[in-house]
Design a protein around this ligand. Structure first.
Ligand SMILES: NC(=O)c1ccc[n+]([C@@H]2O[C@H](COP(=O)([O-])OP(=O)(O)OC[C@H]3O[C@@H](n4cnc5c(N)ncnc54)[C@H](O)[C@@H]3O)[C@@H](O)[C@H]2O)c1
Length: 363
């Protein structure tokens, strides 16, 4: 049944990232409305509800799913709770938007996607980089053939989580039993999903992970390196760390095409729209006597605004979710699609454990 407009949403988990999600509710009240809030920390739930008149606070998810007048549920909790909360919401007949990573394992993720199909509800994963105008610009450029066949990609996710004091020691992100792993599942997941989105599926992966800072426990790695071979034949390389001392938050990305290259740079370590540049080898630039001339070609990639009304990727993501709930369309970052990202993460962890290449079609 088509839900009413605005879509009435029940929030589970009103922590840090709710601050990014709530902007859509503030700016587009005709599309999405916060109708219910639940958090195991009652003060956090109350604080979120206080900003949205009419939003009711619930003490537990079962009561919220039973009593609240909601069409969809937004899950922003620790990763270990994603699967169980999503299942409960799906079984209650609600559409679900769950933050990345979809779950702590591929098996959990598969059962979520199957449950959503069975219930006939939309299940979407918060892979916000897919809804960023700059990255969409890069994707459009690749698809237009401007940089030729993509031959390789290189990306990194680097931050000093504890070493720079971004989060306090003992935070759940450093606990594999709550996060499902370390830097790979919690942060590299953004880039892994983005490269799948732009370049297609990975065929096989080889990886090494390390836990070097003893503050990371229960299998949470703070260093990871991986090599990939894509179905297209392109090769890839990933590096991730939580322990980059004095490292600004950084997510680099370089895409090497046969005729040109794209790079996306973080903006001074801030969470902002990334700067994406492309270069194409024009005949006029090829000057054998002046090798520097070849480096003059990087130009800003025009952002793609098609279907992306805001320059805020979280806002675009939420509006896309509301649209899909209304039209019944498959979300661009659906749970079914995200099985590819979860498969890649599982492949990285299996390879790190076994010391062998992992063929993803076997997972
Ligand atoms: N898209 C992004 O760029 C981005 C950035 C940061 C975090 N995230 C994701 O957002 C999610 C939440 O991260 P965060 O940084 O907001 O964490 P957080 O610790 O700041 O907030 C989590 C909230 O969930 C609540 N919670 C935990 N278990 C719960 C349960 N069983 N039921 C109800 N509430 C529960 C906590 O009390 C807390 O208020 C994670 O999936 C994380 O990976 C995404």
């Amino acid at each position: 049944m088509k839900p009413p407009s605005p879509l009435r949403i029940g929030l589970i988990g009103a922590g840090n990232i709710w601050n990014a999600h709530k902007v859509a509710f503030q700016q587009f009240p005709e599309s999405v409305r916060l109708a219910a809030v639940m958090d195991i920390n009652p003060a956090a739930a109350q604080k979120a509800a206080d900003e949205f008149p009419g939003a009711k606070v619930y003490a537990d998810p079962a009561t919220m799913l039973r009593d609240a007048e909601i069409d969809a549920v937004l899950i922003l909790t620790v990763h270990a709770e994603h699967a169980a909360l999503a299942h409960a919401a799906i079984v209650s007949g609600r559409h679900v938007l769950v933050e990345k990573p979809m779950a702590c394992s591929l098996a959990e993720a598969r059962s979520m996607a199957d449950a959503a199909d069975k219930a006939g509800v939309r299940l979407m994963i918060g892979q916000c980089q897919r809804y960023d105008r700059s990255y969409r610009g890069a994707k459009r450029l690749i698809e237009s053939g401007e940089i030729g066949r993509v031959q390789a990609v290189r990306f990194d996710s680097m931050q000093g989580l504890f070493s720079n004091g971004i989060l306090p020691a003992g935070h759940w992100l450093a606990d594999g039993s709550k996060a499902g792993g370390g830097i790979v599942i919690s942060v590299c997941v953004h880039r892994l999903d983005l490269v799948r989105f732009c370049l297609g599926e990975v065929r096989r992966v080889s990886a090494v992970t390390r836990t070097l800072d003893p503050g990371y426990i229960n299998g949470a790695e703070d260093f990871a390196a991986a090599l990939f071979e894509f179905e297209s034949g392109a090769l890839g390389e990933m590096f991730g760390t939580y322990s980059g001392f004095r490292m600004p938050y950084s997510e680099g990305l370089m895409i090497f095409g046969q005729d040109g290259a794209i790079h996306a740079s973080p903006n001074n370590g801030e969470y902002q729209a990334p700067a994406v540049y492309a270069s194409k080898q024009h005949p006029g630039v090829k000057d054998e006597n002046n090798w520097l001339a070849q480096f003059r070609g990087f130009q800003p990639v025009p952002p793609d605004t098609d279907g992306l009304p805001s320059d805020n990727s979280f806002v675009n993501q939420m509006l896309h979710f509301a649209d899909c709930c209304h039209t019944g369309a498959e979300p661009l970052s659906s749970g079914r699609d995200n099985l590819g990202t979860m498969r890649l993460i599982e492949g990285i962890y299996q390879s790190a454990k076994t010391g062998t290449w992992i063929d993803l079609k076997n997972l």
